[in-house]
Design a protein around this ligand. Structure first.
Ligand code: NAP
Length: 321
């Protein structure tokens, strides 16, 4: 436990997949809360959470789970967040902080805020950390170590609540930044949402090729294509909801992307090697700066141990989100 003791007496996690179960494990490891209450939509997941012993209590309903909680974190697909806010609204303790982990912020605020009572603090959050795996078994306590967690409090949110949630995320390993929800959505559209769309598209195109070609795609899948398949293995429900709820920012970024792609197509058509070389040189420098700020490893193949079967066992927090 940190010297100052737990940040919250009682926290409730609604949704115990990759993110919720990682929060539970990290909170336990760092002593960030005295009591962890968890709940999930299905009886199967609730049972698994009991077996894993990652929460102190497992509640049967969302409303029962939030009773007396000082912090509630909703970690479910963003399209379901409004419904859950409605369900928990009348059971929340006065003064509680309500937060989430959704990868899109403006839409979540629009859907959750109207249901929440005036006597709670709503501080939406997005831990920019993930893998392509889902469910309570996929989480691990170190997921948020040295990753960013972005808080997007709506205008008028009490600063003390923002500071407390910031301290909570820092205690479980994250670096915290506060920003406007619209700005968050635009930045994440380019750094996360567009790369996922490209991965889904490239793997989908390969899958549509005729059978014998497809088997060769899998056979020769070392290198670039294999990394796209990993991203394209991310949860379909979560990503459907992200694109539907960050529509405007994704479309804006896609139109810029299409323009840049057209420029590359034209350079290839015209045999303009200089343009290709200059573009690839510029992008190489960006990779270097990401490594310099500690957001990735310089090891070949992202540090995966080839052929050992351990590729998926190595935590790769920067992998999916
Ligand atoms: P996950 O592993 O698939 O877990 C999802 C959880 O949400 C499960 O507990 C599931 O319950 C519950 N759930 C699913 N649909 C629901 C619904 N309609 N109503 C209520 N509960 C529902 O997902 P995750 O990766 O933890 O993602 C959770 C949130 O974190 C998403 O909003 C996502 O955008 C965000 N996020 C994800 C990542 C990432 O890389 N994965 C990173 C940062 C933020 P059952 O198991 O009972 O079905």
């Amino acid at each position: 436990m940190p010297d100052s003791g737990p940040i919250f007496e009682r926290i409730t996690l609604i949704g115990v997949g990759l993110i919720g179960s990682s929060i539970a494990r990290a909170v336990r490891a760092k002593g960030a809360a005295r009591t962890i209450v968890a709940t999930a939509r299905s009886a199967k997941t609730r049972e698994r959470v009991r077996e894993l012993k990652i929460a102190d209590q497992v509640a049967e309903t969302n409303a029962a789970a939030v009773k007396n909680a000082d912090l509630v974190i909703v970690s479910i697909p963003v399209g379901a967040s409004g419904e859950v806010a409605k369900e928990i609204a009348s059971s929340l303790k006065a003064g509680a902080i309500v937060s989430d982990a959704g990868s899109v912020k403006s839409a979540v605020i629009k859907e959750m805020a109207p249901h929440l009572p005036k006597n709670v603090h709503f501080v939406p959050a997005h831990p920019v950390a993930g893998t392509e795996f889902s469910g309570p078994d996929a989480g691990f306590a170190e997921l948020f170590e040295n990753r960013w967690c972005i808080l997007t409090p709506p205008a008028g949110t009490e600063q003390t609540a923002v500071e407390r949630l910031k301290l909570f995320w820092e205690t479980i390993g994250a670096n915290v930044e506060v920003m406007d929800a619209e700005h968050h959505d635009l930045v994440l559209a380019i750094t996360s949402h567009l790369p996922h769309l490209i991965a889904y598209n490239i793997v989908g195109t390969a899958a549509d090729l005729e059978t014998h070609t497809r088997s060769e795609v899998i056979k020769f899948s070392a290198g670039g294509f294999r990394d796209f398949t990993r991203i394209a293995a991310s949860d379909p429900t979560m990503w459907r909801d992200i694109f539907l709820h960050n529509r405007d920012a994704v479309l804006e970024i896609l139109s810029r992307f299409n323009k840049d792609l057209d420029a590359l197509v034209n350079a290839i058509k015209a045999g303009d090697g200089q343009t290709l070389f200059d573009t690839f040189t510029r992008t190489r420098a960006i990779r270097k700066s990401i490594i310099e700020v500690g957001q990735d490893t310089a090891e070949p193949d992202f540090g995966r141990r080839q052929g050992t079967g351990e590729e998926v066992a190595i935590p790769r927090p920067y992998a999916s989100d």
